[in-house]
Ligand binder design. Structure first.
Ligand SMILES: C[S@@+](CC[C@H](N)C(=O)[O-])C[C@H]1O[C@@H](n2cnc3c(N)ncnc32)[C@H](O)[C@@H]1O
Ligand SMILES: [Zn+2]
Ligand SMILES: [Zn+2]
Ligand SMILES: [Zn+2]
Ligand SMILES: [Zn+2]
Ligand SMILES: [Zn+2]
Ligand SMILES: [Zn+2]
Length: 498
């Protein structure tokens, strides 16, 4: 069975993504081919299409914008090319590799400039004299093999907040893969997992595991050779190193040494689901093409790490996936911590096409096996015999509502006016409320009478409980997005009692 993207190409609010197979017309920003979006204006039947950056949701980071039907002058094209060139990294990957070899060969005089995030050769120190520096004792071979501890995590909230796995989660993932016999891990946006694999190999206590890191953070090229790291954009499946880098992935996916491969990705949480799924499908399709015949019936094993409230969207793209109860823990995220530590529970989960019962969640961290659901669940996720499932998505104990005939969040109450469960202070159907329209964001009407009712919502399905908390996705290029922000603000203040 093929991994395929299902459903419509709509994503975001007022902005639809138009994913076109092999779109050769897409102009390039510094992050590779841009994506085509359609701006849907209230009251207008047909939207207008434009190209915008695939990777950055913040226009301050990448301001690329071009209407699909726009005629771009030669002069502007040249200026754009020049701008893209000017933003290229200072060194090529090959140059970084030879610099790294030189630095490793130094017994003394290793320097890492923290301000420039650059490993320095001795001749370059003068230019960084007033900068903050890591020196020899901080740059032992062992430390250089853990670049995620040297590099400052990127902090852009909108496009690239780099949340690094806590050891607990890293080891859990690697132990699980080892138990299932995976000997090759394709790390897409998981630099810490990649380095831990290498570290375990060096320790030599377990079977060696091969790893290839694909990431947009080119700082990692300073530490890894070109067959360990590719500069890659997971929103448009773009290899900055061109065909050669694509070849590295192909070689990794296709190596015929009988090693089982798994792909793990932990994309930035503000990322758009559809383009990510599109890229992962392309990787899976390549993997499949390169497999020997008996494996060709299977899907490429994948783990996609993302917050639980994206479940409906991810399952729409990958119907064979299951969301597991495991809560992923991060070192540098103030909120996303595992429940048992006494801090707030992490909303980040594993979505996978592996068989859920094969992934043994640790008992000592509060997981148990549900014999009816045939999977490991969080201790507070009690099985409901009416729904015939362990229903909780967010880690709290959900409760069954006999009127809704399903389990709902513990903070919800059944509202007779709306005929469904909701937060106690929700604006009821009959009151105008702050929330406005659930569908288009207008504060002037409710969803029932929305002129765009059949247009914006995917499949016109009622929102599931999980979807209720979805943060809106999409670049903030339109007025609609601003409206949606206003609506979100209103909603947040409404929900603060939650
Ligand atoms: C949420 S962090 C995940 C890090 C992971 N938890 C770890 O510890 O290894 C997201 C990762 O994806 C990378 N990333 C962000 N945008 C990307 C893009 N457009 N393409 C590829 N990688 C991207 C970031 O550099 C970062 O390493
Ligand atoms: Zn861009
Ligand atoms: Zn510097
Ligand atoms: Zn159950
Ligand atoms: Zn129930
Ligand atoms: Zn109810
Ligand atoms: Zn109500």
């Amino acid at each position: 069975m093929d991994v395929q993207i299902k459903g419509s190409d709509k994503d975001g609010f007022g902005i639809e993504i138009v994913l076109q197979e092999g779109d050769k017309k897409a102009p390039y920003c510094v992050h590779g081919p841009t994506l085509l979006f359609e701006k849907v204006c209230i009251g207008e039947e047909k939207g207008r299409r434009f190209y915008a950056c695939s990777a950055c949701r913040d226009r301050k980071e990448c301001a690329f914008f071009q209407w699909e039907d726009e005629k771009v002058s030669e002069a502007r094209l040249l200026a754009r090319e020049e701008e893209n060139r000017s933003k290229l990294p200072k060194f090529t990957h090959q140059e970084y590799c030879s610099r790294f070899q030189k630095i490793l060969a130094l017994s003394q005089g290793r320097r890492f400039c923290q301000d420039c995030q650059l490993l320095l050769l001795p001749g370059e120190w003068d230019g960084h004299a007033s900068h903050n520096m890591l020196q020899d004792d901080d740059l032992t071979e062992a430390q250089l093999s853990r670049p995620s501890l040297i590099l400052k995590p990127l902090e852009n909230k909108k496009s690239n907040a780099q949340y690094l796995f806590a050891d607990r989660s890293c080891h859990f993932l690697l132990d699980t893969f080892a138990k299932r016999g995976y000997r090759k891990v394709l790390c897409v946006g998981t630099p810490r997992l990649h380095e831990l694999i290498k570290q375990r190999n060096q320790e030599g206590k377990r079977d060696p595991v091969k790893s290839l890191l694909l990431d947009i953070d080119f700082r990692y090229a300073q530490f890894y050779s070109s067959d360990e790291f590719c500069h890659y954009n997971m929103f448009n499946h773009h290899f900055f190193g061109g065909e050669a880098a694509n070849g590295v992935l192909q070689a990794f996916l296709g190596e015929e040494d009988g090693s089982k491969l798994i792909m793990v990705s932990d994309p930035p949480f503000g990322g758009l689901v559809k383009p990510l799924a599109h890229s992962f499908s392309q990787i899976a399709a390549t993997w499949k093409k390169l497999q020997a015949t008996e494996a060709s019936v299977a899907e490429m094993p994948m783990v996609w790490i993302f917050p639980y409230f994206f479940e409906p969207r991810i399952l729409e793209c990958f119907p064979s996936f299951t969301m597991l109860d495991y809560q992923v823990d991060y070192d540098n995220h103030p909120l996303y911590k595992h429940g048992k530590t006494g801090r707030k529970q992490s909303p980040v989960r594993l979505f996978t096409n592996l068989t859920p019962q094969d992934i043994i969640l640790p008992k000592e961290e509060g997981y148990r096996f549900c014999k009816v659901c045939v999977r490991y669940v969080w201790s507070e996720n009690t099985h409901c015999y009416k729904c015939n499932t362990c229903p909780s998505k967010d880690g709290r104990a959900w409760k069954h509502c006999s009127e809704c005939r399903k389990c709902v969040k513990p903070s919800w109450r059944h509202c007779q006016t709306c005929g469904r469960c909701a937060l106690p202070d929700h604006p009821c159907l009959d009151s105008p409320g702050l929330e406005g329209c659930f569908n288009c964001g207008s504060l002037k009407h409710k969803r029932r009478v929305c002129p765009l009712k059949h247009r914006l919502r995917t499949n016109n399905k009622p929102r599931s409980q999980g979807a209720r908390d979805l943060p809106r996705q999409g670049p903030n290029h339109s007025k609609l997005e601003k409206k949606s922000k206003a609506r979100r603000r209103a909603k947040r203040s409404n929900q603060s009692a939650k």
